[in-house]
Design a protein around this ligand. Structure first.
Ligand code: ATP
Length: 330
């Protein structure tokens, strides 16, 4: 979904109505210190307004670095980043109004303050009037099920509750763009659901643009309209989520569990075996389910006792590995 936005002052045609991408990155490169390898290497991405965009990649790929540059916390070595058309480097205060962010692994909120104090503080920082900040803080804390404990210090909260306060702080001024680095990391199933539901509502019902990173397949499947995969600082795929997933559904992965340590079994091609605590796990990707029956027949011929047979959903690591072997571009 793309929305029409007013081009910011300073754009090529001031005041013109144009479909400005919510996030636009062009030729972005970041090399840390004296390193001779860039952590982000000449990446270009365009995120239309109103989409949930998954920014994915293995550990160390350059995701957090890119988000920090978008949030103005880190200077790029070269390239350009625009938020709703405003240049992050040159239009600092205008870009600050465009986004809220939750950054991975950092303390996004103050642990010595209560959840309530944190939200009012971040509201003030974003220029909100006291009454507006209080109303919004109440709405957020109730929505995230933190209202009853709003006056306790955040340092005493569980990891999941702290993450929810960080999400609430990012949303306090109702920004049009939300940058979320691993928003559901460390959350239990229920808190993950709540945060995911919020992300969905923000984008679908309120037209927000969400850029998120995650290592969780279900988050990608359920939330993201489009994904870009970055590896070693370079974008190796940028396509709609269903197209990405379709590539990995064409060949289903199966897993057969057999009693005992039997790694020497003779298997049809495409399957491999490993022993785990007295069980042999045989797995492989097949394009025709008949290959699985052939495997089971072969195991029976060898008097192996089959305990279970299951189809395994690809996880993101499988997806990354597949893309590394066969880069895909839209
Ligand atoms: N402050 C820093 N100084 C030097 N190198 C850094 C710094 N921060 C990150 N890097 C390096 O830049 C590369 C990209 O790191 P980054 O944190 O952006 O990756 P990521 O994709 O977010 O990984 P993860 O999924 O593990 O969070 C890594 O090789 C990392 O070691």
């Amino acid at each position: 979904m793309s929305t029409q936005t007013q081009a910011p002052a300073g754009s090529d045609r001031p005041g013109a109505v144009t479909a400005t991408p919510a996030i636009e990155i062009s030729g972005l490169t970041k090399t840390y210190g004296s390193s001779d390898t860039p952590s982000v290497n000449n990446i270009s991405l365009s995120v239309p307004a109103g989409t949930v965009f998954g920014f994915l990649g293995p550990n160390g790929a350059g995701k957090t670095t890119t988000i920090k540059i978008l949030a103005g916390l880190l200077a790029a070595t070269s390239g350009k980043t625009l938020l709703n058309g405003y240049d992050v480097t040159r239009r600092r205060s205008a870009t600050m109004q465009q986004f809220g962010a939750v950054l991975e692994g950092s303390r996004n909120v103050y642990w010595t303050l209560s959840a309530w104090q944190n939200l009012l503080y971040f509201g003030r920082l974003k220029g909100m009037r006291g009454a507006d900040a209080r109303d919004r803080a109440e709405e957020l804390l109730k929505g995230l099920d933190l209202w009853e404990r709003r006056d306790e210090k955040v340092g005493g909260y569980s990891r999941g509750m702290q993450q929810k306060v960080a999400v609430a702080a990012a949303l306090i001024a109702d920004p049009p763009i939300v940058l979320l680095d691993e928003p559901t990391i460390g959350l239990d199933v229920e808190a993950t659901r709540t945060v995911m539901e919020w992300i969905r509502t923000m984008a679908r019902d309120r037209g927000k643009t969400v850029l998120l990173t995650t290592h969780q397949m279900n988050v990608v499947e359920e939330l993201c309209d489009r994904v870009a995969v970055i590896r070693k600082g370079e974008v190796v795929a940028d396509l709609p989520t269903d197209q990405l997933l379709a590539q990995f559904r064409e060949r289903d992965k199966y897993e057969v569990r057999v009693e005992g340590n039997l790694p020497e079994l003779s298997l049809p091609s495409g399957f491999t075996a490993r022993s785990v605590e007295g069980t042999t796990i045989i797995s492989g990707r097949v394009s025709d389910p008949q290959q699985v029956y052939t495997l089971v027949d072969r195991l029976r011929d060898q008097h192996a006792v089959v305990q279970s047979l299951s189809q395994v959903q690809p996880d993101l690591e499988d997806v990354f590995m597949g893309l590394i072997k066969a880069p895909a571009h839209d």
